[in-house]
Design a protein around this ligand. Structure first.
Ligand code: NAD
Length: 543
């Protein structure tokens, strides 16, 4: 049933709900949170549309309440990984030949299910198991995932409608085939939306997928799989397995039909996966596509002409929302001497108002827990080193406590060394480091911003004069894939700010745009000649 040039429904960004006091949406999400907290769930893998349980399990506990088990999930052995690969390969032809509008309908329906009946559940699951405030859960698990699913359907039609010219007597066509083989999606803990989008975007373009979510995101990943199934995703299109990432990746990347990696996570893991793919290159039937969005050391630089309150607000929101666990989180800040005291004082006042980190169930909390013990230990390590360093002082925060949850106070380090370790290393926690520069050193400081970190994900400049802004735009052209003027460097919205960075931050294939979807197709050019020549000779051959 493809006898029409179908159009996807009009797309707009999903409205972010406010969760105001006594609102129905607030009551609903809190009730769901409480009931999930009391229940203990047994999370299976999903292979070929079936729930698969191995009996070898890991437990799940909220990061803000880590002694309370809320569920367990089953780990794959090599056998289940093989089953997932076989299932993806078996499903490939039928799914790839399914009309695009049917594939799009599955994911558009999934978006509507998330916007409606599953909204409270996906948000509550993300609050509970990834320790997000309701606002952070809403903009991620509900709105961003919904936007990815809807906008991608529209980007698909942009790609498919890009057709070549045809001279007279012929018709040139390009078909956008799915890749030959299967895709491997590896997803991070920090965004439920990214977890859902990485397998779904490849599947929308006709590919079948083996998906390995992060151990720390399995709880909400299970809700995503349930939604995809409810939306009618056929068996085998997305197969979700959990377990030892090295064992799973060895097996998947060692398979001759592996045709693409869709990864988001840390830089080191991605580099090693790339190396592994390179080492296996002679075994593959096709050159695999490699897409990876990775770490960041994202900056804010303020000019003396900047508005102090705007800068301090950008620091507080940019560095501490989601406990600094956004790849885009502001983590190094450059302040001019003439404004530094005022801005830092405003940041401190805000931190005092924010108060202690706590459970997201307490909706007055701005900051909750970091994701796990390892993340807690990493941040504490750098805080303790800063306390002892003669190049750094703890200006605010610096306290932590993991007795009940992995709680770290929003922390500001001020350093006299622009290349101090926390100006360079991704900590992925609620810790921001500030370097104060002399007002007349603006140009030199721009150079410093550009050369201090291996990453190039996001960055922000605060200034008034347009020439100054242009100067920063030019000096920092390669320092950030997402560049913000007079705004915090976080909060990219699908369809508005396509997201991704370069250098050690990734392949910059811009999630939330057609550029990303292009990586999951292999165009085939078809030339048809209407009246074929019947004489080999050309006029120039005449004597
Ligand atoms: P991570 O690298 O620890 O894990 C990401 C995924 O890789 C998980 O599924 C994990 O199980 C898997 N993994 C870990 N070791 C592996 C191995 N040896 N082989 C194969 N897979 C392996 O990252 P995380 O802690 O989940 O997420 C935080 C990181 O992700 C940060 O560095 C952050 O900047 C980055 N991130 C980047 C973006 C972006 O768009 N650039 C978005 C979100 C997160």
């Amino acid at each position: 049933m493809s006898n029409a040039l179908f159009k996807v429904p009009a797309i707009a960004n999903e409205k972010v709900l406010d969760y105001k006091k006594n609102s129905a949406e607030k009551q609903n999400v809190l009730q769901t949170y409480k009931s999930l907290y009391k229940n203990h769930i047994d999370i299976p893998m999903y292979i070929n549309g079936e729930e698969v349980r191995t009996g070898t399990c890991k437990s799940i506990a909220p990061p803000h309440d880590h002694k309370h088990e809320i569920g367990k999930y089953h780990l794959a052995s090599e056998k289940e990984v093989q089953m997932a690969i076989d299932s993806a390969l078996n499903a490939r032809d039928k799914w790839g030949q399914t009309p695009w509008q049917s594939r799009a309908a599955v994911f558009l329906k999934a978006a509507d299910l998330l916007a409606g009946p599953y909204r409270a559940r996906i948000n509550a699951a993300t609050m509970l198991a990834q320790s997000k405030t309701i606002h952070q859960a809403e903009i991620d698990a509900a709105c961003e995932l919904i936007d990815f699913l809807r906008f991608n359907a529209s980007f698909l039609t942009q790609i498919y409608s890009d057709q070549p010219q045809s001279a007279s007597g012929m018709w040139n066509q390009v078909s956008y085939r799915p890749l030959e083989g299967f895709i491997y999606a590896i997803t991070p803990f920090n965004f439920t939306a990214i977890a859902g989008n990485l397998p779904a975007s490849a599947a929308l373009m006709g590919n079948t997928v083996v998906w390995k979510p992060s151990d720390a995101q399995v709880y909400s990943a299970q809700v995503i799989m349930e939604v995809f199934q409810e939306a009618g995703l056929p068996a085998g299109v997305i197969n979700m397995v959990y377990g030892d990432p090295v064992m799973i990746s060895d097996q998947v990347l060692g398979h001759a039909d592996f045709s693409g990696l869709h990864f988001t996570g840390s830089t080191e893991v991605f580099k090693n996966l790339w190396k592994q793919i390179g080492n296996n290159i002679h075994n593959y039937k096709t050159y695999p596509r490699i897409v990876g969005e990775t770490g960041g050391k994202d900056f804010i630089i303020a000019h003396p002409s900047a508005n102090s309150k705007q800068v301090s607000t950008a620091i507080v929101r940019g560095a501490f929302e989601l406990q600094g666990q956004k790849c885009s989180a502001a983590s190094r800040v450059y302040l001019p001497k003439s404004k530094a005291d005022t801005i830092l004082d405003q940041v401190k006042q805000d931190i005092d108002k924010i108060g202690k980190p706590g459970s997201p169930e307490d909706m007055t909390r701005f900051v909750t827990a970091v994701i796990h013990q390892q993340a807690f230990d990493r941040n504490v390590h750098f805080i303790e080193r800063a306390k002892k360093s003669n190049e750094a002082t703890i200006y605010a925060g610096g306290q932590y406590d993991d007795s009940c949850g992995y709680f770290i106070d929003p922390t500001v380090i001020v350093t006299t060394n622009p290349r101090y370790e926390t100006m360079e290393t991704e900590l992925f926690g609620p810790v921001v480091t500030v370097y104060v520069y002399e007002d007349d050193q603006w140009k030199e400081t721009l150079k410093l911003v550009d050369t201090t970190s291996e990453y190039a994900l996001t960055g922000a400049v605060f200034a008034k004069d347009r020439y100054l802004i242009n100067e920063a735009l030019e000096a920092l052209e390669n320092s950030a894939g997402n560049f913000y003027i007079n705004d915090k460097p976080t909060g990219a919205v699908v369809g508005q700010q396509p997201f991704g960075g370069a250098r050690a931050s990734g392949t910059n294939d811009k999630a939330g745009s057609a550029l990303n979807l292009l990586r999951w197709v292999s165009p085939r050019l078809i030339k048809e000649t209407f009246v074929s020549p019947e004489d080999y000779s050309y006029p120039f051959l005449e004597s």
